[in-house]
Design a protein around this ligand. Structure first.
Ligand SMILES: C[S@@+](CC[C@H](N)C(=O)[O-])C[C@H]1O[C@@H](n2cnc3c(N)ncnc32)[C@H](O)[C@@H]1O
Length: 229
């Protein structure tokens, strides 16, 4: 349901009563005006590796998967796209391969996204990259779990609060394409910082208050950093 149709059905007071995530603040960013997207950053990272091994979790219509300029790619999706028809949990259970670049864009819920990151960190080569999509929700409707409208980031932004405390990685979020998270693995064994109990119940309002802790970069600066790593 889009925002207009949704809002047309309920008054502001009804919104507030029905959804404890309701918040009338809107982050004013028009993503269409920023022409870099996830594919720009992921493609650049893949070029840093000889015979780069690429994994995408959540492929849908293959818009990203088919645009990554590599021959050997692994794409996991239980519904459509990629080349492995399974959930990420099952894939990680059975997988024996390691990867240089991993794009996590599957189920957009904090619990699933953090599991996908923890599993990915174990099979990511040293100096490898993990990319995350939809790290900047602009409204409570874009953020709400369960999903209420077609443009949806979900609450994957919460992983940023754990990643900023995780040692032996670099982590930042690029201000493009709904927020592209970048993790660079600097050492072989990385232990994901677990703050689950204090994070699980946070709402969109908390994102507005806490996001100053997160390092946000303009696309040009991010491209330089990816290249220099
Ligand atoms: C936003 S789409 C992916 C878009 C794609 N990565 C791109 O950039 O064009 C999310 C996809 O995640 C898939 N998905 C949902 N739950 C999943 C899970 N548990 N494991 C892997 N993929 C999942 C959905 O089927 C959907 O196709």
């Amino acid at each position: 349901m889009d925002k207009k149709a949704f809002e047309g059905k309920l008054s502001m007071e009804e919104h507030q009563k029905k959804f404890d995530n309701f918040c009338d603040t809107v982050i004013e960013i028009n993503w269409n005006k920023i022409l870099y997207n996830r594919i720009s950053f992921i493609s650049l990272a893949t070029q840093k590796f000889k015979n780069c091994k690429y994994l995408e979790i959540g492929c849908s219509s293959n818009i990203c998967f088919n645009a990554i300029p590599l021959i050997n790619k692994t794409g996991v999706d239980p519904e459509k796209g990629g080349n492995i028809r399974d959930t990420s949990d099952n894939f990680f259970k059975n997988n024996k391969k390691n990867f240089d670049v991993i794009f996590i864009d599957g189920l957009h819920q904090y619990e699933q996204c953090r599991k996908d990151i923890i599993n990915s960190l174990k099979i990511l080569n040293e100096n490898g990259f993990i990319f995350l999509h939809d790290m900047i929700p602009r409204t409570w409707l874009e953020e709400n779990v369960p999903r209420l409208q077609s443009v949806w980031s979900g609450n994957v932004w919460k992983v940023a609060l754990e990643l900023i405390k995780t040692k032996e990685i670099d982590f930042f979020v690029i201000k493009a394409d709904h927020g592209v998270g970048v993790i660079k693995k600097k050492k072989e064994n990385v232990v994901y910082h677990d703050d689950y109990e204090s994070i699980k119940n946070l709402k969109f309002k908390d994102f507005l208050n806490l996001n100053e802790k997160i390092k946000y970069l303009d696309p040009e600066h991010a491209l330089e950093l990816i290249l220099s790593h």
